[in-house]
Each structure stands twice: as C-alpha cells, then as structure tokens.
Write a protein that binds this ligand. Structure first.
Ligand SMILES: [Zn+2]
Length: 546
C-alpha cells in the first residue's frame, strides 16, 4: 500500500517506548498507516508519495495541552489586551501605556497581576488607575482571574456603586469609609467578565483566535482541551461558535476538545455534541470547580492554612459537595466524563469519593475519563486511590514554581511533602496529562517539560536541586504526559497522542532531542524549536518556509 506522505528521521519518539529511533511514519488519508524502520519505508513510497526526511530532528506526536482557556489565551496574546505580572501597583499602571496608545478609545483590559508577589504584598486600588486614566474604563484581572481591579470610570460604566449588592460568593470591596476600592472578588469578578469581553467585536475575537492558533502550531501543538473558565452557567467562555466558524473556513489548525461547565442542565453540551461531529472539534465532557486557589486561601483544605487568616481558615468548596455529587451523577448516568478543578487535599479527597461512587453506580464513562485538574497538595493515600479509580491526573508543571515559597507559607512543610506528585502518580499507575492552564502560564510545552524533569522554574532555574526533587520524572514520561496522557484527558487516546498505525498523523518535528538534553543539560530543552507541525498529515506550520 502506497502512502501519501512519509515522514522520517533518525530520532522518532513514538510514545510506545522511552527511546527515539530511526523510523519512517507512513501516512494515508490523514492517518498513520505504518511506522517502520527508516530503511524499510521503500514499499510505501510511490511516484506521488511526498517524502520528508527530517535528518536527525526529533519527531513525536503533536503536543496536546490538556487544560487551556482558549478565549482568554487568544485575547491576551492578541493586540486587543495585555498580559503582565507587574512588579508593583505603579508598574502595572505604567504597563498599560502601550495598550492605551494602541487602542485610543474604550476599555483597557489586562490580566496577570499577583499582589502577593509585590513588596509589600498589598492589594491595589482604583486610585492609582484613576490618576493615569481618569476618563476611560480600565479592568485588570489578577493572574488567576479570581480578582478584578477596576478604576472609577469602569465601576461607573458597569453600574457598580457603594450600594450595589454583589452576587453570592463575590464581593465589591470597600474601605473603612464604605468607599469602593475598585477590587472585585470571585463570583462578582466572574459575573462582570462577559460584560467587559462584550466590548470586543466578533471579528476582533476571531482574529485573536487565528493568532493563537498560529502560535500553537508554531510550538508543535496539535490539540487542546478548551476548559470552562467558571463554575457559573453561561460564563465558561467555551466558544463553540468560533470553532465552527474557523472549521467552516478551513482555518482550524489544532484539534479542540470542549469541556463546558457542568450544571444540572446538560442540553447545551448535548447540542454541542450533536453539532460538532468532525474530527477537529468535539465536545468531550464537562468541567466543574470544587475549590479556588491556595494563595487566596480559597483552595479547600482538610486542616486550616498554616498562615490562617482566621480560626478554621480551611478555604471552602466552590460548589457544595452535595450539589457536585448530583452534577457528576447526572453526567455519569449519561456516560459522560467530568473534569473537576480540585487544588487542595479536601477537594481532591471528595472529588475522588464522588468519582468512585459514579464508577460503582454507572461504570466508567462511555466517552473519556473522569479527570481531576491541578491536584496540588494531596493526602498521600489519595494518589493510589486516584490511580485505582482510573481518574486522569491533569496537571500543569509550570505552576510548581509560580509562587516561590508560597506552598511553604500557606500549607507548611508537612503538606508540601505530597505536592504535584508526578512521579508518585506514575508509580501508582495513574495517567498523567500535562497542560498549562493558559493564559495563567504561556502555552510553550518546553517550559512544562523542563519543570517536570527538573522541578525548577523555566525562567529562573530555581530552586537549585529542584522543588520536591523526588517527584522529578523523565523527559520521555513528560513528553508522554503532553501527548498520550493529554489525549486520554479528552478520551481520544486511541486516535491521537502516539505515532502508531491507526492514529491520526498529528506530528511535530523539533530541532533538538530533548531525551539527550534532559540527560546532559536540561536547560537546553528550553532552546527546542518546532521545525514543522502536521495535523492529520497536513502541514500547519513550517519554519523552513517562514
Ligand atoms: Zn483552568
């Protein structure tokens, strides 16, 4: 049987072993029809076969980011908005200047500030923004998007006054005089998001998605899971309409697996499933939120935070456990998988309890696997329980070093001993799926792979020796988590994530061999660049033509 294309290299990592070998990948109709030793490709090559020999480049399955918020990733990587950390309140205000120049009218939107990394670590207020921008609305979401910092003009445009009542689970912060500070928290910050985002036109947003897709392809990423952003119905920002438009125009260069918010009403999901039947965009399951984030003491702990703000400061469940149970049983009864955001030990324990019950009552999901997202600090026995229940561990390695000293400060040394336990997951036989939670951190997979291998930050290379170094994993395991493991999080491990006969020909070629770099000098993994990216055998990025 002749192949349409044959991709070959001295270093092909199929995902089925730990090595990169001299192989040829033969492709027909977008699918891999054979993977053979490089010297044995001849029978597959006919007069019309396109043969690409990548020499000693590293070929592997296209990367799959298992946890992305595509709308926000697209927006903040576009010229429409800004993403920055900022060294201080004043620095954040100053960093808005280029955006204000680029966009002379209307809202100024940015995300990324983390006041706990400032010195002193105090919340900003509307005053600094008012001085710089007295007459146009400004909105700055924090790095985790849980807190919103507004100026007076934005508060006015949104109709928020000192008398306004925030939605349950949120707040409009006020000072001692009862004056609004411009800080809006949690559910209240979430509720304002669609109104702020509605200030962009459909064409602007579509352009932002196109830019984001081009970046993904340039990084060798051929799949994403687009995850609901919020627990609230209508606020998940999973934009099936945009994917439909892009797919219709033939501009979709990455597979997108949609995970809208799980509520009792599953009709939106079911209509997405019915309408999205192609191999590129599919609704694969649900997302829900069990807790928040440790740095804000909203992640749900069994025992209080080490630096407790008040007695019994254990965080809290975002969704009441009884309601979460109802939600999950409702989905599981229909055979659908659920992905639960659970950062801290109590949320994780209860999520596993619920999934165990769902499995006992309804069996494993017909499509996909239940997943837990983030999995930061855990009770030790829960690692094995998660593996035994067939729950995919969906984690984001760059988060390990996002808040240096934060875990020790918030959780104490004892709880830090079982945190982001990647090696333990693999030892217990769990499936590990890697992603970024973009835009929380950038989508470049090599930062995550480097951090998983070294337990060090990709920018600072700190801490020396690695944070909880016993949980380091090999480069081969890290790449598998970014390909086959992530495919499992979308329930597509039989179609994508490995280079094997019968799989889609989603392939990335890179200019360095990370298996060698990981052994010799892990920092060099960060210098890895994609040479070319193929989706179903079709080129979606080629640096040689750029
Ligand atoms: Zn997320």
């Amino acid at each position: 049987m002749q192949a349409e294309s044959v991709f070959m290299s001295e270093n092909v990592f199929t995902g089925t072993s730990d090595e990169a070998l001299p192989l040829a990948i033969c492709v027909r109709g977008g699918l891999i029809c054979a993977v053979v030793p490089k010297g044995e490709a001849e029978p597959f090559i006919g007069p019309s076969t396109r043969v690409e020999d990548f020499g000693d480049a590293f070929l592997c399955a296209g990367f799959h980011d298992a946890h992305v918020h595509a709308f926000h990733s697209a927006l903040y990587s576009s010229p429409l908005a800004e993403m920055f950390l900022g060294e201080s309140e004043a620095d954040c205000v100053a960093r808005l200047a280029p955006l204000a120049k680029r966009k002379p009218h209307g809202w100024l939107l940015a995300q990324g500030w983390r006041e706990y990394r400032w010195n002193p670590p105090v919340l900003p207020s509307k005053a600094s923004l008012d001085t710089a921008f007295p007459s146009r609305p400004v909105a700055l979401y924090s790095g985790d998007a849980h807190t919103l910092w507004l100026n007076s003009c934005a508060l006015r445009e949104l109709g928020i006054s000192r008398e306004s009542v925030p939605p349950a689970g949120g707040s409009y912060d006020v000072d001692e005089e009862g004056e609004l500070t411009g800080i809006v928290r949690e559910a209240a910050a979430m509720a304002l998001m669609p109104r702020i985002m509605a200030t962009f036109s459909d064409e602007e947003i579509l352009g932002a998605y196109q830019g984001f897709l081009a970046r993904l392809a340039s990084l060798g990423i051929t799949s994403i899971c687009d995850m609901a952003l919020s627990a609230e119905p209508g606020l998940d920002f999973v934009r099936d309409d945009i994917y439909r438009t892009l797919e219709g125009r033939g501009q979709l260069t990455c597979r997108a697996h949609l995970f809208p918010t799980l509520t009792r009403d599953v009709s939106r999901f079911e209509s997405m499933r019915d309408e999205l039947r192609g191999p590129l965009v599919q609704a694969r399951g649900f997302k829900q939120f069990f807790d928040g984030v440790s740095s804000q003491h909203t992640a749900w702990l069994a025992e209080p935070y080490t630096n407790a703000h008040f007695e019994g400061d254990c965080g809290r469940p975002t969704v009441d456990p009884a309601l979460m149970r109802d939600y999950v049983m409702g989905a599981a009864r229909r055979g659908f998988a659920v992905r639960i955001h659970a950062i801290s030990d109590e949320a994780i324990t209860q999520a596993i309890d619920i999934f165990e019950e769902a499995n006992a009552r309804f069996g494993a999901p017909a499509i996909g696997h239940h997943c837990i997202e983030h999995l930061e600090n855990m009770k030790e026995p829960d690692v094995a329980r998660l593996a035994k229940a067939g729950i995919v561990a969906s984690v984001q390695p760059p988060h390990i070093t996002l808040d240096p000293g934060g875990p020790e400060r918030d959780l104490g040394d004892e709880r830090c001993k079982v945190m982001w336990p990647f090696a333990s997951f693999l030892r217990e036989g769990a499936t590990l799926a890697f992603g970024t939670d973009s835009p929380v951190v950038d989508v470049n997979p090599w930062s995550g792979i480097y951090t998983a291998v070294t337990r060090q930050d990709a920018k600072t290379h700190e801490p020396k020796g690695g944070w909880l170094a016993s949980e380091r994993i090999s480069a081969a395991d890290a790449i598998r988590a970014y390909t086959a493991g992530a495919a499992a999080s979308a329930g597509r491990e039989n179609e994508i994530g490995k280079l094997a006969a019968g799989m889609w020909a989603d392939i990335a070629a890179f200019d360095r061999n990370p298996l060698v770099d990981a052994e010799q000098c892990p920092e060099l993994m960060l210098e890895t660049h994609a040479i070319a990216t193929f989706l179903a055998g079709r080129p979606v990025f080629d640096s040689r033509k750029a």
